[in-house]
Design a protein around this ligand. Structure first.
Ligand SMILES: NC(=O)c1ccc[n+]([C@@H]2O[C@H](COP(=O)([O-])OP(=O)(O)OC[C@H]3O[C@@H](n4cnc5c(N)ncnc54)[C@H](O)[C@@H]3O)[C@@H](O)[C@H]2O)c1
Length: 244
């Protein structure tokens, strides 16, 4: 019986990741988000696939909330096999106009959040001498993006964090990898103007935005047994937009 925890999974890419993990055989999926009620749709979608799902309230930027949530999950399922650090936000703006609050909120959720959750779950994975962690980074964490210095710094930091954790935990049979999505159709990208979207499209060789399921399939691969000898890697899911 495998148990997976996915942060920020009430909607969007996180919801698709939960569904894909269920399709690929994970038995228990823990849907974590700021508000447990927001998770109902994801929970129902997983149950419809015949797998077990529960909603757990977790603010990834708050250590007490993370520790409480992980304790609740361990009490219920006894172990955590897979953890996906997916929760993330944007607060875009040019550096000259970016408030300290916009910088701090993005770094707190996107980067410190992954640190807090990873610290809490690896305590249990180390005991089990087994685990897989997948961090959701971004193409802009590799190439940068004007107007997103906070977001790109958080995702670039997350990639470096992934590699350091992979080195620290490899001896305990815990693999740590990242997925770097390009532009994915979601609430995060729906707000972009048509002009920005068509400029983006001109740079995507596959000529379409990615779907949440494109990201979810890559995550499920890195979380599963078919990637048993892969750690510290960044898998780009971007339609060819960047070939590092
Ligand atoms: N959409 C894209 O094009 C794209 C591209 C690259 C990377 N990503 C990354 O993929 C991940 C998911 O993005 P999405 O497009 O599905 O976004 P989304 O805004 O649709 O979903 C993000 C979820 O995270 C939750 N969340 C926010 N703050 C949280 C906190 N402090 N604690 C717990 N949960 C919190 C939100 O409630 C929401 O349910 C993010 O890390 C994002 O940076 C998205």
């Amino acid at each position: 019986m495998k148990t997976a925890v996915v942060t920020g999974s009430a909607r969007g890419i996180g919801c698709a990741i939960c569904e894909q993990l269920a399709i690929d055989g994970v038995d228990n999926i823990v849907v974590c988000d700021l508000n447990a009620e927001w998770c109902n749709e994801t929970v129902e979608a997983i149950k419809a696939l015949g797998k077990n799902a529960i909603a757990v309230e977790m603010n990834v930027a708050d250590s007490a909330s993370v520790e409480g949530a992980v304790a609740e999950i361990i009490e219920k399922f006894g172990k955590i096999d897979i953890c996906v650090n997916n929760a993330g936000i944007t607060r875009d703006g040019l550096l000259m106009r970016m408030s300290e609050d916009d910088w701090d909120s993005v770094l707190d959720i996107n980067l410190k959040g992954a640190y807090l959750v990873t610290k809490a779950v690896t305590k249990h994975m180390m005991r089990a001498r087994s685990g897989a962690i997948v961090n959701i980074a971004s193409i802009v964490g590799i190439m940068g993006n004007a107007g997103q210095c906070n977001y790109s710094a958080s995702k670039g930091g997350l990639i470096a964090f992934t590699k350091s954790c992979a080195r620290e935990f490899a001896g305990r049979n815990i693999r740590v990898n990242a997925v770097a999505p390009g532009f994915i159709q979601s609430k995060m990208t729906d707000v972009l103007s048509d002009e920005v979207k068509s400029k983006m499209m001109a740079n995507i060789p596959m000529n379409r935005l990615g779907q949440p399921s494109d990201v979810a399939q890559a995550v499920s691969f890195l979380a599963g047994d078919n990637s048993g000898y892969i750690t510290g890697q960044v898998l780009s899911v971007n339609g060819g937009m960047l070939m590092p």
